[in-house]
Design a protein around this ligand. Structure first.
Ligand code: PLP
Length: 461
């Protein structure tokens, strides 16, 4: 009891001394403290240990005892040293991170790039995943190019031989691998303007320099493309020929031949992002890769869009040395796509109910596209949309020339309508103010409310 009392008295005394000193200042030696306080060494040591446990003091054997840094710094950590270690920022992902943010309850998430929960293949996936997990050896390693059965499925769907397919964890990592594998750092890469901002980010992260090429309602324009090829010497073009994100435009048939001719003439790789094939609301032409005997086209497909965001499985198709480069780039990052995901994907894609899911999905998307487009045109005028996209998930809303897309985005968010400002989708300065809106996110019954709130936001901003 006596020891306890004197311990707490010593602890309090030490606490007072520590409070009077700056962080990092040394305390007197144990011998000096014994003398000052009139207690033995064990009592002093016990009190020092207690205060070290509380984070008030720090003891270093052989050097002494010091006042610890304040708790905020000690628990939060001081990461200022990283400023020097990291140097200037090379890429910023703020726009892509904003798109990935989960919406607060009650908001209309028109900024989304994926299907809303009610349109996803969730119950089919539950069954497919349960079957996959019952398979023996499902946690084993898988070949880096993917399971043979899933490669075969993608090969048939793309219209290419099985050995040209690599299974990937969705399109984004395949884009990162492709930009890294197909062009050396500091090389130019031709990009449609506007284009998918995740592709812009991946290209910049690989050290490439995006060169914008103008587009219109029929996709990329061949004459400026030819000029950009001559002037930049680029050997890589990122292209979305079918239902481009964000514009919804598809490459017109006559332009497809012109683009492939340019690729042959200039020795050009085309990175064909075929992300929206399953969202076609009218007959879509086959991918450019379906008629590419000489290996100019690297095709990217994904199941995250048409099934659910968590089914991070996709594929790329490439020929020749490019295939080998891509295989190396992929394995350098994450070896292979886990078998449970590959097996789940295969079970889903080969289930008799999968084509039914796609048909139902397309009908729902058509109804949502028509309802939101009609409500917007009624509220904002016919000219707010160039044309109805024949697929994809988005409308590319035109704002009045003097509007500030970011201010409108903020004003819409205050009204619980989340949208994506158009400027983030341009490789360089935006040519006009736009908003990207996911029509897939809006139930047709809510379309007038959403259109009204966007109109209010526009007036406010
Ligand atoms: C055009 C386009 N390509 C690729 C991706 C990446 O998709 P994921 O990595 O989920 O397959 C997206 C996602 O929004 C996209 O819009």
């Amino acid at each position: 009891m006596k020891t306890d009392n004197s311990s707490s008295r010593i602890e309090q005394d030490l606490r007072r001394r520590a409070a009077a000193l700056a962080p990092g200042a040394a305390l007197p030696s144990v011998r000096a403290l014994m003398r000052d306080m009139g207690v033995g060494p064990a009592t002093v040591q016990r009190a020092l240990r207690q205060l070290a446990r509380e984070g008030v003091l720090e003891s270093f054997p052989g050097r002494g005892t010091f006042v610890a840094a304040p708790p905020a710094l000690a628990t939060g950590g001081d990461t200022l040293w990283q400023t020097l270690a990291l140097g200037p920022a090379r890429t910023g992902a703020a726009d892509l991170l904003a798109l990935s943010e989960l919406p607060p309850a009650g908001a209309f998430p028109l900024h989304a790039g994926y299907l809303p929960p009610e349109l996803r293949a969730t119950s089919l996936l539950d069954v497919a995943a349960a079957r996959a997990l019952r398979q023996p050896g499902v946690w084993d390693r898988v070949p880096a190019t993917g399971s043979a059965a899933l490669r075969r499925w993608f090969a048939i769907s793309i219209g290419c031989p099985e050995h040209e397919v690599i299974v990937c964890p969705g399109t984004q990592p395949a884009l990162a691998a492709a930009f890294q594998a197909l062009a050396a750092p500091a090389s130019p890469v031709l990009m449609e303007s506007p284009t998918y901002l995740g592709a812009l980010l991946a290209a910049r992260a690989a050290g490439l320099v995006p060169v914008p090429v103008p587009t219109d309602g029929d996709g990329v324009r061949p004459e400026p493309l030819a000029a950009a090829l001559r002037e930049s010497g680029a050997r890589l073009l990122y292209l979305q020929p079918t239902h481009a994100n964000p514009t919804g435009a598809s490459l017109a048939p006559a332009r497809r031949a012109a683009v492939m001719e340019l690729a042959r003439r200039h020795g050009l790789f085309i990175l064909e992002d075929d992300w929206a094939r399953d969202f076609s609301l009218a007959a879509a032409p086959p991918p450019l890769a379906a008629d590419d005997p000489h290996g100019h086209v690297i095709l990217l497909r994904s199941l995250t869009k048409c099934a659910a965001p968590g089914l991070r499985v996709g594929a790329l198709r490439a020929k020749g040395a490019a295939f080998e480069r891509l295989r190396a780039a992929r394995v350098a990052v994450d070896f292979f796509v886990p078998a449970p995901l590959q097996e789940t994907a295969l079970n889903l894609l080969t289930a008799p109910s999968w084509p039914r899911h796609l048909r139902r999905l397309q009908a729902a998307l058509r109804a949502r596209r028509d309802a939101l487009a009609a409500a917007l045109r009624q509220t904002l005028g016919e000219a707010c949309l160039d044309r109805l996209p024949t697929g994809g998930l988005h409308l590319w809303l035109r704002l009045p020339p003097e509007a500030d897309d970011e201010a409108v985005t903020r004003a819409a968010a205050r009204r619980q309508v989340l949208v994506s400002p158009g400027r983030a989708w341009f490789p360089a300065e935006p040519t006009e103010p736009r908003l990207r809106l996911s029509f897939a996110a809006v139930d047709p019954a809510d379309a007038p409310t959403v259109a009204d709130r966007i109109a209010e936001a526009l007036r406010e901003a």
